[in-house]
Design a protein around this ligand. Structure first.
Ligand code: ADP
Ligand code: MG
Length: 260
């Protein structure tokens, strides 16, 4: 059974792309077949996976506008078991184009539904906005992971985010349960980071699962994208790699428990 998970937060810089790429790579390392769908016109996941976004011939843009098929859109990466549907700035034009279509919130769903079966996990790397592209992701997804950076403004905008999820569920008729809240860029030495974790726990009041594994602030995670590879191959021993491996194991365990 494949599972589609959107990495969601309208804030930029909270670790969405880093999580889509490195959690994806960690699961691939554990033998799962993984697809990352880049729906951010910035194409950061694409670059992080070693693909030159100015040279791609097919993309999420082409897929959404019916210019290529799902199979044609998929590209291999240098990591075994890890595939990507790339994106670049042309995807920003898709927003305008899509609004001309009837039922434009449902187009990504239509393009990938029933076709993801060959993958164990599909991660959608969402843009930093609650745009039409993000809404398409939410209609297509099975669940969401919300990365929250441990900083003072961590929970700002969270009420809007949860409201958007609820509206997708009620108006667009797709359940999108929160698989988990992920603390990112965590530095346990600082009081602020520990306070943020407490605030996140209070905010979600035991209603949502908060991943036990917190992703540390780690320079190798920040360096790996410029080498066009996930941190797992860039530096297999660093704390960032170890943390995403543990997160992957936690996710697999969660799935096991929910399937029992
Ligand atoms: P988003 O996709 O939410 O905008 P990114 O994943 O692109 O966020 O992360 C923003 C920046 O922070 C990037 O430069 C990335 O390399 C860096 N970064 C993300 N997570 C970490 C981390 N755990 N440790 C160090 N740098 C990180
Ligand atoms: Mg990003």
């Amino acid at each position: 059974m494949s599972e589609i998970i959107t990495i969601l937060n309208q804030k930029g810089g909270c670790g969405k792309t880093t999580t889509a790429v490195n959690l994806g790579a960690a699961l691939a390392q554990l033998g799962r077949k993984v697809l990352v769908i880049d729906i951010d016109p910035q194409g950061n996941a694409t670059t992080s996976l070693g693909i030159n976004k100015s040279e791609i011939e097919t993309s999420t843009y082409a897929l959404l506008l019916g210019k290529c098929s799902f199979d044609e859109a998929i590209m291999e990466t240098s990591t075994p078991n890890l595939y990507v549907i790339p994106s670049n700035i042309s995807l920003s034009g898709a927003e305008m184009e899509l609004t001309k279509e009837i039922g434009y919130h449902y187009i990504l769903n239509e393009k990938i539904e029933d076709k993801c079966n060959m993958f164990d996990y599909v991660f959608i790397d969402a843009p930093p906005s609650l745009s039409i592209l993000t809404l398409n992701a939410l209609v297509a997804t099975d669940s969401v992971i919300i990365p929250i950076q441990s900083e003072f403004y961590a929970l700002e905008g969270m009420a809007d985010l949860l409201k958007t999820i609820n509206l997708v569920e009620s108006r667009l008729n797709n359940p999108c349960p929160i698989k988990g809240i992920l603390i990112t860029l965590y530095d346990p030495r600082t009081r602020l980071a520990r306070d943020v974790v407490d605030n996140v726990k209070t905010f979600f009041k035991d209603t949502e699962y908060i991943f036990k594994e917190k992703i540390p602030r780690n320079v190798k995670l920040a360096e790996a994208p410029s080498h066009g590879q996930p941190c797992i191959t860039y530096d297999p021993e660093c704390n960032g790699t170890k943390s995403y491996m543990k997160l992957a194991e936690e996710l697999i365990k969660l799935e096991g428990e929910s399937n029992e």
